[in-house]
Design a protein around this ligand. Structure first.
Ligand code: BGC
Length: 749
């Protein structure tokens, strides 16, 4: 067994794409350090302490007086030394404007994170990040609270839509690329929520329990890759506890893993309302308390003001720790270019048309064709009569709720408040104004296109009967703050789809969902397209895929279970408490707040598809699955025996159209008999023209088949060969190869 220090690993192959990004490397001596030290030495103690909190401008007249826009957070900086104010906005899917807190301020909405993940394309993730970062900058924000990379552990997670799926390599690689894109605008991006925050229900009171090795091999690996690839200026610690300690008070996670083991030099900011102490948090590694008004409201103190100062005066927190906090904030700002290239002081104009094209490209690349019997898709442009049913497809496409909510260009044709529950104070069910109906009419102007809203199954069936082709739009809304109670579509949509499918054999279902849903009608419909929440130009993207202008190539970044019981936990944690609360509310009684509870992540590092493999469970659709309008054949897999293994494979497009294949390489190390599940170790999306073939070389990320050793805090690589397989999905392998036995005996690791 060969031990390696974590920092000696090379970034995965996909991350080498980012080599051209002008980011200053960590650990460079230097001018960064010298500049930061000079600034620090010139600051008064009051100025230093002043940097350790941010407030929410909506609740802070002082921040507004200093010109802060209404947004998530603000800190005045130290203008006399050229340290600009921190102007913070959410989030990963665009410049958020939740509940239109800034009236009339619209931005370009990216599709949900799951759509980006489904593209398996780091370049596209970078382009999306660069686009939303440019809009943030033009709107005078210099910190984008982006980079959500929590792994999906439960298929009903309220924020799964914002994140990048269940696989650490895929999620970490794409998050790193997106963060690098944001920061290419010389603003800071966060990576969040550190760590093990896959659950929304009771997120402030849950204790997420897991073994440390398993955590490193799963959720922490996603963060590690995202930090290496994106070099975010800040890390946002999570609400929940991890193994007993609040994430923002976890010495193991903050001072230990992040700062000591990974050598992270930026700052740790809290999530909003996630701080519970001054001393413990400060000594554990928290550097900045965010949105202090929320802590005051929920946790009854602003910890990094008076309590921190009292602890400092009493010697319970050393001055060196305070200086370290400031140094880290300045380093994060410096490294992302914020000091040299300050954001404009007033909003600049934005080319929304061009930015919408970026969003559309992501939507087109991330849509996943799940079923296509008898080649019903793509529809012929000469079609005479099409019925479009449901999903409010006449006005727009659905988006996910919560702090990431973008008020998109064109406004919100539908915006429904949430009547009760934890999400009701900040989320509303919102459609972006990109109508699939309009887009389809524009694409096939001579067809007769009818629309019915789908609320009446009989009316929907009769519209379907009168049409040649049928597109049913089905939606499932998810939101930050609460996990979904079930994986069913809800609102009678299953019944309606069954009625439509019985009326017309050419029924195509388009899903706009924030994660997996159950599909009881699947055997009876001809085709299913998972469009996720498809963003600013979702309607246009769907139309172009349905009519074949775009050949779908998305692959599932998340397993779709056949039944809810297949998931590691058979129901959302805390759901019983929620049901009791809802019943109390319905009975007009005072509801009891959700009480603390623990979630045992017993699946450990075997998240998602690996859990299904362990249990021998057959999901509805596996991770990595997705169809195309063409066909591919992979051949000639070899794995090099170099110290950094590379898989080489040839992909031939054997079908009728040009298209992109996503080559997925899964690896298993026979050395580890106790851990025989395959893991994605490399991937590449490649465009292949019909009738041609391409050879692709895919570097394999060694940490995906290594083990984390808790005692030495290092990765242990197998000493024997590894077995690699090319999979059409995580459960359909078409080629297998073994690395030469000498594979990893390079020494000197
Ligand atoms: C969310 C964060 C967000 C913050 C600021 C929190 O509730 O968990 O993701 O960045 O609010 O809006």
């Amino acid at each position: 067994m060969i031990r390696m220090q974590p920092r000696k690993f090379l970034a995965s192959g996909a991350l080498t794409l980012l080599a051209s990004v002008p980011l200053r490397a960590e650990g460079q001596p230097s001018t960064v350090d010298a500049r930061v030290e000079t600034l620090l030495s010139r600051m008064t103690e009051e100025e230093r302490l002043g940097l350790l909190t941010t407030s929410m401008p909506a609740f802070s007249p002082q921040a507004r007086g200093l010109g802060a826009p209404i947004s998530a957070g603000f800190n005045p900086g130290v203008p006399r030394l050229g340290v600009p104010p921190l102007r913070e906005s959410d989030a990963s899917l665009g410049v958020a404007n939740t509940r239109e807190m800034r009236k009339g301020d619209t931005a370009t909405a990216l599709p949900s994170g799951l759509a980006t993940a489904a593209s398996f394309d780091p370049d596209l993730a970078y382009a999306g990040g660069a686009m939303i970062g440019a809009e943030a900058r033009a709107k005078t924000f210099n910190v984008l609270l982006a980079g959500g990379v929590n792994l999906t552990r439960d298929p009903w997670g309220g924020r799964d839509f914002e994140y990048l799926g269940e696989d650490p390599l895929l999620a970490g690689t794409l998050a790193g690329a997106a963060i690098a894109g944001v920061q290419s605008n010389h603003i800071v991006s966060t990576v969040k929520h550190f760590a093990l925050n896959p659950q929304e229900t009771g997120r402030m009171v849950t204790d997420a329990r897991i073994g440390l090795a398993a955590l490193h091999e799963s959720d922490l690996l996603a963060f590690e890759l995202a930090i290496e690839g994106g070099r975010p200026g800040a890390v946002m610690c999570a609400y929940n506890r991890v193994n007993g300690d609040y994430a923002c008070e976890s010495e193991t996670l903050l001072a230990g893993v992040l700062k000591r083991d990974w050598g992270y030099r930026g700052w740790v900011m809290s999530d909003w309302g996630a701080v519970h102490s001054a001393e413990k948090a400060a000594l554990a590694g928290l550097d900045q308390e965010s949105g202090v008004e929320i802590d005051q409201l929920l946790n009854h103190a602003i910890f990094f003001k008076a309590p921190l100062q009292t602890a400092l005066a009493a010697g319970r927190i050393p001055q060196t720790r305070i200086d370290d906090m400031v140094r880290r904030i300045l380093t994060g700002m410096e490294q992302s270019g914020l000091l040299d290239d300050p954001v404009p002081t007033s909003p600049q104009s934005i080319n929304f048309e061009r930015n919408a094209e970026v969003s559309q490209r992501v939507a087109e690349a991330g849509a996943v064709l799940l079923k296509n019997d008898r080649g019903v898709l793509p529809l012929a442009k000469g079609v005479r009569r099409i019925a479009i049913i449901g999903g409010h497809a006449d006005v727009g496409v659905l988006s996910g709720g919560g702090s990431s909510q973008v008020r998109s260009v064109g406004g919100a044709p539908i915006e429904r408040p949430v009547p009760s529950g934890d999400a009701s104070s900040f989320a509303s069910e919102t459609w972006h104004a990109s109508s699939p109906l309009r887009a389809i009419r524009a694409l096939v102007p001579s067809a007769q296109v009818t629309f019915v809203d789908g609320t009446d199954p009989a009316a929907a069936a009769s519209a379907a009967r009168a049409a040649d082709d049928v597109l049913v739009f089905a939606t499932a809304w998810r939101t930050e703050g609460e996990d979904a109670g079930s994986l069913s579509l809800g609102n009678g949509q299953d019944t309606m789809i069954a009625a439509v499918a019985a009326a017309n054999v050419r029924t195509v279902v388009v899903l706009e969902t924030g994660g997996p849903v159950l599909m009881p009608w699947l055997p009876h419909v001809a085709a299913v397209l998972e469009a996720w929440y498809p963003g600013q130009r979702g309607g246009e993207a769907i139309a172009r895929i349905v009519f074949g202008d775009v050949n779908p190539a998305g692959r599932l970044p998340i397993t779709f279970p056949a039944v809810e019981e297949q998931a590691p936990r058979s129901q959302p944690g805390g759901i019983d408490q929620l049901r009791a609360r809802d019943a109390a509310q319905a009975a007009k009684q005072q509801p009891r707040p959700v009480q603390p509870f623990a979630i045992d992540y017993a699946e450990g590092a075997d998240v998602g598809y690996r859990w299904y493999a362990l249990k021998g469970a057959k999901p509805l659709f596996p991770f990595g699955y997705g169809l195309s309008y063409t066909t591919f054949r992979e051949a000639g897999l070899t794995v090099s025996d170099r110290r950094h293994p590379v898989a080489t494979v040839t992909v031939a497009n054997t079908g009728p159209r040009d298209g992109a294949d996503v080559v997925q390489v899964y690896v298993r190390a026979p050395d580890w008999p106790s851990r025989q599940t395959w893991r994605l170790a490399g991937f590449k999306r490649v465009m292949v023209t019909r009738g041609t073939r391409r050879q692709v070389a895919i570097p394999l990320e060694r940490r995906t088949f290594s083990r984390w050793d808790v005692g030495t805090r290092s990765w242990q690589q197998p000493s024997g060969p590894i077995v690699a397989a090319v999979g059409r999905s995580a459960s359909d392998f078409v080629l297998e190869a073994r690395s030469p036995a000498s594979s990893h005996h390079g020494g000197g690791q």
